[in-house]
Design a binder for this molecule. Structure first.
Ligand SMILES: Nc1ncnc2c1ncn2[C@@H]1O[C@H](COP(=O)(O)OP(=O)(O)OP(=O)(O)O)[C@@H](O)[C@H]1O
Length: 504
């Protein structure tokens, strides 16, 4: 359906793509793997006409396809759903889906709006049954926005669909319904290029696999290739995968450093009481509209609890103020990094040190050397791939931007670290490194809360897990009771779980 032939692209001193050739066949899901900064998104953007190659060519059939802009690629039937969701916040869900396709519904100069709406609503019912078609996009969750973006791409009935980490924001259930949509689309002959860091998705959805490293293709394999072999190709060497290993239990006597009592937030969070002690990693998990997003907003100071109280180190959090939450001791890594965390126009250095500037400028003047040292330390520790600390943040690959946000929060050295979807967009190897970094941080006495929709992540990183279902605590699990079955059961509203360690 489309073919890249010996495509190269250089950004400044970075060779993003080095003579890459790849073709997409009708009806296949071609999985593209590679570590952060390997060049996957650059290839996707070139195929979609967003970035133009320095050399090489893109062909559709036997013809050269030189797209001057994304509009030309879309008209040729190529749709890209990017990592950072691109939806129009002030418009409704259904208008976002149909945006730009009015011409396809125009007869005799009139747009057949009702027909267009019906088709869009039908698609949404399948892909996003939980989102009212007339809801304004601004008010829906990150996962919902992402599914709106996917629906918009599908609405045009593309020939080629490029999905750049489409499931990063989706939970297990949403992922399953998304997979069935992808299968249906490919059964009609659409070619799909599927960029992911989730190796479990490869046999579930893939037809072929291509692996990139440092801008070049290093392996092509079948989707049933054993995971360790895929990992070795991605990393360029064997790496060991980490499995669940609880941190040393904290003395039950240690006072919780973060605690909520009967917290309510709108309709979404209903009397949630939770606590986390120094040295502990608490995972918070739920599927669909479970209240995790809103709970994160309350804990991070983005929103005030409507009822109930939040204590940090014994002091109440009170009003909605992120800086106050930080001053009290909660550093936050938000989900939706593009919208909530990254300052694209500032250098990497500033993005790392932003939250610790008061500490780095005791007399009101920034101590530049100390600032550079802090940034360099975290860049090395998290292996952030950047030409240097002065590089503009927007020039980093998605996964590396995510690492910068983590670095920013870790640099705060606060008693509580609150992370939402901390490894969204992070490659397999780096994910393991981040889990290790979190465990080490916990060992030094930090209380960590990881809010995640990734079950494997929960099982790998959490000492104890709190499961939310429709805004309420549906179960709490630790030690041998922390299993996939137990967590999913509670998350799906199954029989009430036996609370663990609820006494304080
Ligand atoms: N606009 C840009 N300006 C400068 N450098 C860029 C730009 N876009 C990408 N790069 C660099 O090109 C390389 C490849 O980036 P790309 O986004 O394609 O990686 P990726 O494999 O998609 O990574 P990730 O898994 O983190 O999304 C990276 O080193 C990145 O920093």
């Amino acid at each position: 359906m489309i073919r890249a032939r010996q495509v190269s692209k250089v950004f400044g001193s970075t060779m993003a793509l080095d003579s890459v050739s790849l073709d997409l066949l009708p009806g296949e899901v071609h999985v593209l793997l590679g570590e952060n900064g390997a060049g996957k998104s650059t290839l996707a953007k070139i195929l979609a006409g967003i970035v133009s190659p320095d050399s090489g060519r893109i062909e559709i059939g036997e013809r050269l396809a030189a797209f001057a802009n994304p509009g030309e690629a879309r008209r040729a039937g190529i749709e890209l759903v990017q990592q950072e969701t691109t939806v129009v916040p002030k418009m409704s869900v259904v208008d976002n889906v149909t945006l730009g396709w009015e011409r396809a519904y125009t007869r005799l100069g009139l747009v057949r709006r009702r027909r267009m709406r019906e088709d869009a609503v039908r698609l949404l019912r399948e892909l996003a049954p939980d989102i009212p078609p007339d809801a304004i996009v601004d008010g829906i969750s990150g996962s919902q926005k992402h599914r709106v973006a996917i629906a918009r791409a599908l609405f045009s009935s593309p020939r080629v669909l490029i999905l750049d980490e489409p499931t990063a924001a989706l939970d297990e259930l949403e992922r399953e319904s998304f997979f069935s949509v992808v299968r249906r689309v490919t059964s009609r002959g659409v070619a799909v290029l599927y960029v992911t860091h989730h190796l479990a998705e490869v046999p579930a959805i893939g037809s072929r696999v291509t692996i990139m490293r440092d801008g070049a293709i290093v392996a092509r394999c079948a989707p049933d290739t054993p995971e360790p072999q895929l990992v070795a190709h991605i990393a360029g060497r064997q790496i060991s995968m980490q499995h669940h290993e609880a941190s040393a239990p904290t003395p039950a006597a240690a006072a919780p450093v973060l605690e909520t009592v009967d917290v309510c937030a709108g309709e979404a969070v209903d009397r949630v009481s939770m606590h986390v002690r120094p040295g502990e990693v608490l995972g918070v998990y739920g599927v669909g509209q479970c209240g995790a997003d809103e709970l994160a907003e309350v804990l991070s100071g983005h929103r005030r609890a409507d009822r109930g109280r939040v204590f940090v180190a014994g002091r109440t959090l009170g009003r909605a103020s992120v800086s106050r939450a930080l001053a009290r001791g909660v550093a936050y890594v938000p989900g939706e990094r593009g919208r909530n965390g990254v300052v694209g126009t500032l250098p990497v250095r500033d993005n790392i040190t932003l939250s610790v500037l008061p500490r780095l400028s005791p007399a009101g003047v920034i101590r530049r050397r100390a600032e550079a040292r802090t940034a360099a330390r975290w860049t090395a520790q998290l292996r952030i791939k950047t030409p240097d600390l002065e590089a503009q943040m927007s020039a980093l690959s998605g996964g590396n931007q995510q690492k910068v946000l983590l670095a920013r929060a870790l640099a705060c050295e606060t008693p509580v670290l609150l992370l939402k979807e901390p490894t969204a967009g992070i490659d397999v190897q780096s994910r393991q490194e981040i889990y290790t970094a979190l465990k080490q941080t916990a060992k030094s006495g930090t209380a960590i809360v990881v809010i995640t929709s990734d079950l494997l992540e929960l099982l790998t990183v959490a000492d104890r897990a709190l499961v939310l279902y429709r805004g309420r605590v549906a179960g709490e699990f630790a030690g041998p009771a922390l299993t996939e079955e137990a967590v999913l059961g509670a998350a799906l509203g199954g029989s009430a779980a036996v609370p663990h360690d609820s006494g304080q």
